[in-house]
Design a protein around this ligand. Structure first.
Ligand SMILES: [Zn+2]
Length: 231
């Protein structure tokens, strides 16, 4: 194989190494990151807090209603006990009891509203609980897959680096240095020649460049300086 052919192979390996390194970086950046799970957990915590507030409000309201019921019962007993003879006093007490009953009715309506809010908040928290479970399971599955990917990529990279070392060892060090320099400066060092055109810069090559490249000599494109490779 010509030196250009060897360098082209080297370049293929380098591209594969770069691609796998890029993927490994992506995998590493996602490994251990649990933002998705944390976000759902935060929503659930907020929902639970709201539910607790509502339940607390409901308990206070229930106590208030119980308290009123006690007062109403006492007032009613007093009214029908026959102990109060004074009509004015009787009418005052009647009025007082009516006010208490009106307040109780009012609170009972509020209690029903708050009960509905509690139920809907409970349903919301339940849904978030399920979402957290699902998200966590999905996250664990993803992390497991990422760990596997990392292992696979790591072992592929090891093999590729060994191949690269072996291949680079077959080429004279000065030529490898030329290749490395071009790679750093231009992204890739070896350009295929197709239909007399350098695929690195898409400029037509001179007939002498083509002839030299065809002979297997190491030729650089006169325009982009890349090493020319005729497949
Ligand atoms: Zn070129």
């Amino acid at each position: 194989m010509s030196v250009a052919g060897q360098l082209y192979q080297l370049q293929e390996i380098d591209l594969e190494i770069a691609e796998k390194e890029r993927r490994l970086e992506q995998v590493n950046s996602r490994l251990g990151r649990d933002d998705v799970v944390v976000a759902v957990r935060r929503k659930l915590d907020a929902a639970k807090e709201r539910l607790e507030e509502l339940r607390h409000g409901q308990r206070s309201l229930d106590w208030e209603i119980d308290d009123l019921a006690g007062k109403i019962k006492k007032g009613d007993e007093e009214l029908y006990s026959g102990r109060i003879k004074n009509p004015k006093e009787l009418s005052n007490l009647q009025h007082e009891v009516e006010l208490l009953k009106a307040k109780r009715d009012d609170l009972e309506t509020k209690d029903l509203e708050i009960m509905e809010q509690v139920e809907s908040a409970e349903a919301g928290a339940d849904a978030l609980n399920r979402e957290l479970e699902e998200t966590t399971t999905e996250w664990q599955r993803e992390q497991e897959q990422l760990r596997k990917d990392k292992e696979t990529l790591g072992s592929s990279l090891n093999k590729l680096r060994q191949q690269r070392q072996a291949l680079a060892g077959e080429v004279d060090p000065g030529t490898v240095a030329l290749y490395e320099g071009l790679r750093k400066g231009k992204g890739f060092a070896v350009a295929r020649v197709e239909q007399g055109i350098c695929r690195g810069c898409r400029i037509s090559l001179s007939s002498s460049e083509l002839q030299q490249a065809r002979s297997g000599a190491l030729v650089q494109c006169g325009s982009c300086s890349r090493i020319l490779y005729l497949p």
